[in-house]
Design a binder for this molecule. Structure first.
Ligand code: HEM
Length: 508
């Protein structure tokens, strides 16, 4: 006792004791929190990995690594259709939960605050990140005007060399530049010309960093992002500045663009009832979003599409035959009845989006006051609920041999044994652009881009995987190769896809 008293009278010891006291309190509180989350939390009876039930940092770590979609699949295989994937989060793997309960218009949910990270400014949310339903409705109406019928398409793509096979072309990069150019045209009335010139090709890799940054909402919320993400912020700021300059350039162009671009639509939009309009900053944050949401999603899907076709010669030959039989010349290839008649081509696009959904991770929603029934269970207010498209689209109950690229599954045909019932079921579950009030606004554009790019390519060219593809070399057991990707906010290819082209023989 006298020893303790003398320790307290010494300022150094006093400080040490205080620190020890604080540490004791923290350890004590943490233990209580762990016990509470494991045994007394309202979600404690739902199955799932214990570490995920204890701390948000575990799923956050998986998300940062880009593997959350794979882990999520593993969890659902182990624990069933409902998994507690974080202390306050439930993941569902069931079509009814996805289509009717969580994402539909009538669901009693809203976006979680964590979406704030998807806007370039904390004070100016964009269409994707905004939580307030009225502001969202205004922003979405504005974009909808722009995207309703603007599925305009790519101008010229690959070098037209007749005769011999071209040198290998990395389709992952080409697709990225192509889609960026197109989106530039739609937003600012002029292409970025990444296909033609290398000067702006530094932009797309930064968007991948932004997509990864999107997986760190907790760090962002605590305003620690500028410390922990400092190495990537330099690049992200350069991209932000570059987009701001494009917005200014576009302002200087005034009314001189031929067709109304997205910029003019946003600049003119007014919500008279609530006295709302777009500030320049809003246009900037919206542009940053559209460059992310409209590019990597589509270009990754396009790369997956080419990947699987180059690995499946029967499917490649069938889609080539179909397109060459339907179209008489390349100028005919545009959105319309002939493209819609390419049934096998559409099946290939569906299959690529099924295996590699552009947004593979579960999009979280917060249950509002009064709770929400999901999958027949009453979920309390404040819980985060979500469903991952990647996991749902790999469920054998809906898709036979779910890991296989098999476009035939989308077409009723006695010779393949595909019956109407299974096609209908697949179509019911399949929603790569999500559903409901927060579903993808650019789906029509993306769908036509994908169909058009494939139709045009196989109409004009023969294509093949360049010899020595790494995926095939690594594949020692003779299994089918799979398109490898990381699941950040958007699916991101891990490897190059090197393809060779040869101009098709002239039409007879
Ligand atoms: C294959 C391509 C694409 C896929 C797979 C895709 C997928 C999705 C998905 C799943 C969502 C819902 C996210 C959520 O639950 O919150 C979404 C939202 C969105 N997408 Fe896409 N997308 C694609 C292309 C595009 C394009 C081309 C654009 C525009 C240029 C675009 C713009 C948006 C926007 C603005 C939202 C937010 C909508 C809202 O919250 O109201 N997307 N997309």
């Amino acid at each position: 006792m006298p020893q303790a008293e003398s320790a307290r009278s010494n300022p150094m010891c006093c400080q040490l004791l205080l620190t020890q006291d604080t540490a004791n309190v923290i350890i004590h509180k943490s233990c209580l929190l762990v016990v509470y989350r494991l045994f007394f939390h309202p979600l404690s009876h739902y199955p799932g990995p214990k570490l995920a039930a204890i701390t948000n940092w575990y799923p956050a770590f998986l998300a940062w690594r880009g593997d959350l979609h794979l882990k999520n699949l593993e969890w659902h295989e182990k624990y069933g259709d409902i998994v507690r994937s974080a202390p306050n989060t439930l993941y569902f793997n069931d079509s009814h939960a996805m289509v009717s309960d969580i994402y539909s218009t009538r669901a009693n949910v809203c976006k979680v605050d964590a979406w704030a990270i998807y806007s370039a400014s904390r004070r100016s949310p964009n269409t994707l990140s905004v939580v307030d339903k009225d502001i969202h409705a205004f922003k979405r109406r504005t974009l909808a005007t722009a995207f309703s019928d603007r599925a305009r398409l790519l101008s010229e793509d690959m070098d037209k060399k007749a005769g011999n096979w071209s040198p290998g072309i990395n389709m992952v990069a080409i697709n990225n530049w192509l889609i960026f150019d197109l989106i530039g045209d739609i937003i600012y009335g002029r292409s970025f010309q990444m296909l033609d010139s290398p000067s702006k090709r530094w932009i797309p890799p930064i968007y991948i960093k932004m997509s990864r940054r999107g997986m760190t909402p907790k760090i962002y919320k605590c305003k620690l992002d500028q410390i922990f993400l400092a190495p990537m912020y330099k690049d992200i700021w350069s991209a932000g500045t570059w987009v701001r300059e494009r917005v200014k350039d576009r302002m200087d162009m005034g009314e001189s663009v031929e067709e109304k671009d997205l910029f003019s639509i946003m600049a003119e939009a007014k919500d008279k009832k609530r006295n709302r309009e777009y500030s320049l900053k809003d246009i900037w944050t919206e542009s940053m979003l559209l460059l992310a949401a409209g590019t990597d999603t589509t270009s990754t899907t396009m790369s997956a599409l080419f990947f699987y076709l180059c690995h499946d010669l029967d499917a490649l030959s069938r889609v080539t035959g179909e397109v060459r039989a339907i179209f008489d010349n390349e100028d005919e290839i545009c959105a319309g009845p002939k493209l819609n008649a390419c049934q096998f081509l559409q099946a290939c696009v569906n299959e690529a989006m099924r295996l590699v959904p552009g947004v593979p991770n579960a999009s979280p929603r917060r249950v509002l006051a009064g709770g929400q029934f999901v999958d027949g269970k009453h979920i309390p207010e404040g819980t985060t609920v979500a469903s991952s498209l990647y996991v749902l689209f790999r469920k054998a109950e809906y898709f036979k041999n779910p890991d296989d690229f098999w476009p035939q599954r989308w077409i009723v045909a006695p010779e393949t044994g595909v019956i109407e019932e299974s096609v209908n079921l697949a179509k019911k579950v399949f929603c790569p652009f999500s559903i409901g009030p927060r579903s993808c606004i650019g789906w029509k554009l993306a769908w036509i881009e994908l169909n058009w790019a494939l139709a045009r390519t196989v109409f004009l060219y023969d294509m093949r995987l360049a010899p020595g593809a790494q995926c095939c070399l690594d594949n020692k057991v003779g299994k089918k190769c799979h398109f490898n990707f990381k699941s950040f906010s958007i699916a991101t290819p891990v490897s190059e896809l090197v393809v060779q082209f040869r101009k098709r023989k002239p039409l007879a």
